[in-house]
Design a protein around this ligand. Structure first.
Ligand code: ADP
Length: 453
């Protein structure tokens, strides 16, 4: 500052002296004026340099200038640098925020006041069939023309989630979206979408299951109540009374079997996966199934060729009760559905390296291919009356499938209508090992082996 004042004074004095030297008093006054003007022009030129820099300020190319203007430039540079840093920080935060929303499993669409897409994450793009780059600034309703979606969008209901079929949903592959609109900013909208197909399907399955169980229990219960009423109101002869009581016993047994199978299923779903610590000889499973098959065939009054060849000398690792239950269910089905004179055979062995099969083959009616994918659904029956007549609950194969999956295996079904069926419990190699042999050369006795249901 002082230097500026000195420079100003110096120019005025130098101008006045030069003027006085050249033209006396008048010259001194003119020289003083010229000195002041020179100073003014010089300062204006410096100010213009600063202004020119300010029009497109670049903190890396500062005008080399001192004094007042230099200080002003320096302060402006510092203010600009601090603003630039804040700006970069805000951008970094915004980018991190968008990155998080981009990776969100829920769809997010930001719409401007005119309903144009400002930003859309990949999940929402998938839900609505949009292209995040190409469709930016397009009207959402021009791109998503689904009537259910449009009714929701035009309705502007901000309070509730609405479940609509996704635009790409089809009867073969239904997709349900839960949508929600939130207003924000000045007339802007945030559209959130969530794929709830699995939740919806689980809810439908739960409703169906409750309806099925109620129906399955109501039928024998109605029969039972009818018999009770008859016995209470009529004085029947002893033989008829006994016949009624026997039929009541059958209905009660049917309900008991259903409840037992339901409990088995819920145990299978709710308990931890079986470990391999429990090893049971295969022969123990086969022997018990053989006894059950004989008893069942006798109870049904059927003559069947029941073939239970000697099982390979191996032990199976896992929950013995579950494995027995799976085999018993497959054998029971084969015996129940195969007409008298037919064959039911249980075979076990390694079919391919790493795949051990426990298979039940029968020469029964077989199953048409369209039914095969649905056999393990709860209460799915190919022949409803046949299943009931023979004491089926409709849950047997669901239990087998669960047991197989819990042991890392699967249920394989092969069937030809009119020829017969093969149901096989396929186990991974890790669940099978050669039977330990006692010093006397005999296989070790079974470790355990009770049926679960
Ligand atoms: P269910 O208790 O009715 O037998 P499952 O779940 O065990 O129920 O079997 C489902 C359906 O699969 C049965 O109702 C039957 O129609 C069919 N099924 C199962 N095993 C056989 C078989 N060995 N031969 C023919 N049909 C079978």
């Amino acid at each position: 500052m002082t230097a500026r004042v000195f420079l100003f004074l110096f120019l005025c004095v130098a101008g006045a002296l030069a003027g006085a030297f050249l033209a006396g008093d008048r010259g001194a006054a003119a020289g003083l004026g010229l000195g002041a003007l020179g100073w003014f022009v010089f300062e204006s030129w410096r100010g213009l340099r600063v202004l020119r820099w300010l029009r497109a300020p670049d903190t890396r190319a500062l005008p080399r200038i001192g004094g007042l203007w230099g200080e002003a430039v320096d302060r402006m540079r510092r203010a600009l640098a601090s603003r630039e840093k804040q700006h970069q920080e805000a951008e970094r935060r915004l980018e991190a925020f968008l990155e998080a929303i981009r990776g969100s499993p829920n769809g997010v669409v930001l719409l401007d006041a005119q309903g144009r897409i400002e930003w859309v994450n990949d999940t929402a793009a998938g839900h609505f069939g949009l292209d995040p780059q190409r469709d930016q600034f397009q009207h959402l309703t021009n791109l998503v023309r689904d009537p259910a979606f449009n009714a929701f969008y035009q309705g502007r209901s901000y309070l509730h989630d609405v479940i609509v079929p996704a635009p790409a949903s089809s009867p073969a592959r239904p997709v349900k979206l839960s949508l929600r609109l939130h207003p924000y900013g000045e007339g802007r909208l945030l559209l959130l979408s969530r794929d709830v197909t699995a939740v919806e399907q689980a809810e439908i399955m739960r409703r169906d299951f409750v309806a099925n169980v109620s129906h399955e229990i109501r039928t024998p219960l109605t029969v039972l109540a009818g018999f009770v009423e008859t016995l209470q109101s009529l004085d029947l002869p002893k033989e008829e009374r006994d016949r009624y009581l026997q039929m009541m016993g059958q209905q009660a047994q049917r309900m008991q079997m259903l409840v037992n199978d339901l409990l088995t299923l819920s145990r299978l779903e709710g308990s931890p996966l079986p470990n391999q610590g429990e090893w049971t000889p295969l022969s123990a499973f086969v022997m018990q199934s053989q006894q059950e098959a004989q008893a069942l065939a006798k109870a049904l009054g059927k003559k069947l060729d029941l073939r239970f060849p000697a099982a390979p000398s191996v032990a199976l690792g896992g929950a013995a009760g579950e494995l027995q239950s799976a085999l018993s269910n497959m054998v029971s089905n084969a015996v129940r559905y195969t007409p008298g004179g037919g064959v039911v055979e249980v075979r076990a062995g390694e079919v391919t390296p790493g795949r051990f099969e426990l298979a039940v083959r029968d020469t029964g009616p077989g199953i048409a291919p369209e039914h095969l994918p649905r056999l393990t659904e709860r209460f799915y029956r190919v022949d409803r009356s046949r299943s009931r007549e023979t004491g089926g609950t409709g849950l047997g194969l669901a239990i087998v499938k669960h047991v197989a999956q819990r042991h890392g295996g699967e249920l394989r079904v092969e069937s030809t209508p009119g020829t017969g069926s093969t149901f096989a419990l396929v186990l991974p190699a890790a669940r099978v090992r050669p039977l330990a042999v006692t010093p006397g050369g005999e296989p070790a006795p079974p470790a355990t082996g009770s049926a679960a249901g």
